[in-house]
Design a protein around this ligand. Structure first.
Ligand SMILES: Nc1ncnc2c1ncn2[C@@H]1O[C@H](COP(=O)(O)OP(=O)(O)OP(=O)(O)O)[C@@H](O)[C@H]1O
Length: 239
């Protein structure tokens, strides 16, 4: 395994707004969840990890490596992978070329692409991105994250828009990533069923602060977390 991710005093500030305010937490291994109401700072956390946002203060280290000392391209070569809320599949390229193009930035060559494709079980790789179903496009995105030697994979709402059967398939894949590739996975999602099925550990952000972190079932049951979610459908449904 890649080792634990240590986040200490991480602050991101845009003028008077602090999307992340002194965030400290540790994600040890496997698949970890990061949840919180809209605007809590989850995407900003991913942006800080991947280098799209420069923290005003704090540190991010994984297995002794200082992530903030590397630019985004170097973090990708080191093993950081990410999906976005907004899908990144290029419609005019084939499924294969979408994955291969991404692997050019992360290394591993043809063998890495073949292994990734095999892992997600995608067929008809010569089809254009535009001809793929939503699930197939999601599989392309997952394949991109496991190419090369991933150490830290950030998945931003991978289950959005999928039906129950498709979500099942996605769950099966995400759970196997740590064992098959040795990477730590952090999952942001508003689907609490997905989070509680896949994530052993979950952290909760609210207004840029960590309000809970620990075993997922305990975190979701905590009064403070339920208060933060008051009025949102997702957590009420798990009650
Ligand atoms: N570049 C920016 N400039 C100013 N404010 C920003 C910027 N990026 C994010 N914010 C603000 O920071 C806060 C956190 O945003 P962020 O997108 O990280 O939340 P989130 O938890 O990912 O929300 P969602 O669940 O809706 O995706 C919000 O109030 C947002 O408006």
């Amino acid at each position: 395994m890649s080792g634990a991710l240590l986040v200490e005093g991480l602050t991101v500030q845009y003028g008077g707004v602090k999307p992340l305010d002194e965030v400290s937490l540790t994600f040890e291994s496997d698949v970890c969840g990061l949840i919180g109401p809209n605007g809590a700072g989850k995407t900003t956390f991913f942006n800080a990890l991947s280098g799209f946002a420069a923290p005003a203060s704090g540190s991010l280290t994984m297995a002794g490596t200082d992530l903030l000392a590397m630019n985004p391209a170097k973090r990708a070569r080191w093993g950081l992978r990410r999906t976005f809320q907004q899908e990144q599949v290029i419609h005019t390229l084939s499924a294969w070329d979408n994955i291969r193009l991404s692997s050019e930035h992360t290394g591993g060559g043809r063998t890495a692409v073949e292994r990734a494709v095999d892992f997600v079980g995608l067929e008809g790789l010569d089809r254009a991105g535009s001809a793929l179903s939503m699930l197939e496009r999601r599989l392309v995105e997952i394949a991109k994250t496991v190419c090369g030697e991933p150490r830290l994979i950030l998945l931003d709402e991978p289950g959005a828009g999928l039906d129950a059967g498709e979500t099942e398939r996605l769950i099966g894949l995400i759970r196997r990533i740590p064992e098959e590739f040795g990477a730590l996975v952090i999952l942001v999602d508003h689907d609490m069923d997905l989070v509680s099925t896949v994530c052993g550990t979950t952290a909760v952000l609210d207004f840029g602060r960590v309000i809970a972190v620990g075993v997922t079932a305990e975190v979701l049951a905590s009064a403070e977390v339920r208060r933060a979610y008051l009025g949102t459908v997702e957590l009420e449904e798990t009650a």
